[in-house]
Design a protein around this ligand. Structure first.
Ligand code: FCB
Length: 468
């Protein structure tokens, strides 16, 4: 793809109005699990059953959001992606609204706007009300209807001040880790069920999109997808075919219905061979799912290395990090050039504006004796990913903004609190927030609206107020 021929924009400068911020999700940061009428979610139940770290207290963001918002403003951020907790707003999943739950987000949206921060709420980031789980959860089509009704409640309460809505976070992770691999709530292990759930999550996205368009015609709507580019480990045609198969499973199974109104034929054929007819897809479903959103939320972390060797029941295998390739502290390959390839591919194949709704990695740096958190791995990776994104923009890809995962060190789902993704360090005992080097670097990028040198923002006297 050639750069814009007439563009006079200097390199690494971002378009005006570009959203710069960070992301979190309700269960991962809020805590206050039993306050103000919040009911249990499937993640409360799942973590309790398995004796895992839970979101009971998390980062106490439910109470500390005003100082966390001050902190974002201090760093120059102009956008914040957070999620609305369904079990706070409609504790039973359907029926009565909990006014205290809604009031919380109402205050928060006002508080963000007062600080010049655009609120970018996600309607669903995996904390399904437990009451709905007891009625079948996402295996039941009725849950998609319940989600549409819950969406209307959120729109009526916040829609006058929110102009970008995100629907269902990462249906691949929610369906595959939750229903095929048993790693996420509710912990089931069945491929057929996971495909049924994936369809209902997509239906929920479609129904929410329809409601948003009806009630807030000028708002933008998007779905955040976990997109894992699949790279064959060799150029053997069998590996190349396996990587394309795995791309169908992780990426096209979601991109194609949302943006083309159909499931990809090759992947559908494979799934039907493995689990029988996908007979839960009803007439009209794909029209609803395929009403093109205004943007795709790109959640990008790493690539998948694929070989043709089968890993039952799927006819490919995911290999560990390639020796010599840098990895994060959780062992994921840190490969910014893959981010560039992904953005260009999405533009080429789907021609849709992109919002980076997650990008980041685990670097577990702790405060040094001087109190400073030298997360140099994150500084380096952040800079490299921003450069890759900027190159993609120069190649013609429309990117609306960049929301780093995450604002805070938080509950990394089944991995617990041991994996730190934050720009801001959170002390687990005291909840004290410490601005890491990466956040200072990011603030320098935002201030300049271009990718500055890795040392910018880090030198000189530290003037961060204490964020107790
Ligand atoms: C994504 C999730 C997000 C976070 C990151 C690391 O899959 O959407 O909540 O856990 O991974």
């Amino acid at each position: 793809m050639s750069p814009h021929p007439h563009s006079e924009r200097p390199t690494n400068v971002f378009p005006p109005g570009f959203l710069w911020g960070a992301a979190t999700s309700s269960y991962q940061v809020e805590g206050a699990a039993r306050e103000d009428g919040r009911a249990l979610s499937i993640w409360d139940t799942f973590t309790a059953e398995r004796g895992m770290d839970s979101g009971e207290v998390a980062c106490d963001h439910y109470h500390r959001w005003p100082t966390d918002a001050d902190l974002m403003a201090h760093l120059g951020m102009n956008a914040y992606r957070f999620s609305l907790a369904w079990p706070r707003i409609v504790p039973n999943g359907t029926g009565a609204v909990n006014p205290a739950g809604l009031a919380h987000y109402d205050r928060m949206v006002d508080g963000l706007l007062e600080r010049g921060i655009t609120p970018v709420p996600t309607l669903y980031h995996w904390d399904l009300p437990q009451a709905l789980q007891e009625r079948g959860g996402w295996t039941s089509r009725a849950t998609s209807d319940a989600f549409a009704a819950y969406t209307e409640i959120c729109l009526d309460a916040l829609g006058d001040r929110v102009d970008t809505w995100l629907t269902v976070n990462e249906p691949w992770v929610a369906s595959v880790l939750g229903y095929r691999l048993g790693l996420h709530a509710p912990g089931e292990e069945d491929l057929r069920t996971s495909l049924l759930v994936a369809h209902h999550l997509l239906l929920a996205h479609g129904a929410a999109t329809q409601r948003i368009r009806e009630r807030r015609p000028f708002a933008r709507v998007g779905i955040p997808l976990s997109l894992f580019p699949n790279y064959p480990v060799t150029d053997d045609p069998a590996d190349t075919a396996a990587a394309w198969g795995s791309d169908g499973y992780t990426n096209r199974w979601f991109l194609d219905p949302v943006l083309r109104g159909r499931y990809p034929a090759d992947t559908a054929e494979l799934f039907e061979r493995l689990v029988g007819p996908l007979d839960w897809v009803r007439p009209g479903d794909l029209d609803l799912i395929g009403a093109r959103p205004d943007l795709i939320g790109v959640n990008y972390y790493t690539r998948r290395r694929i070989s043709a060797a089968a890993a039952e029941p799927l006819p490919w295998r995911v290999l560990p990090a390639q020796p010599g390739v840098p990895v994060t502290d959780s062992g994921w390959e840190d490969v910014p050039e893959v981010f560039y390839d992904l953005l260009v591919r999405l533009h080429r194949d789907y021609d849709i504006p992109l919002l980076i709704t997650e990008n980041g990695g685990v670097w577990n740096a702790e405060p040094g004796p001087d109190g400073r958190v030298r997360d140099t791995g994150r500084v380096r990776a952040l800079r490299a990913h921003l450069l890759a994104m900027s190159r993609a923009i120069e190649a013609g890809v429309q990117v609306l903004g960049y929301l780093h995962w995450s604002l805070l060190d938080n509950l990394e789902w089944a991995e617990g609190y041991g994996q730190r993704f934050g720009l801001v360090h959170v002390d687990r005992e005291t909840q004290r927030r410490t601005v890491k080097d990466s956040a200072r670097y990011y603030a320098a990028v935002i201030a300049a609206n271009r990718v500055v040198d890795a040392t910018d923002g880090l030198a000189g006297k530290r003037e961060d107020p204490g964020w107790g």
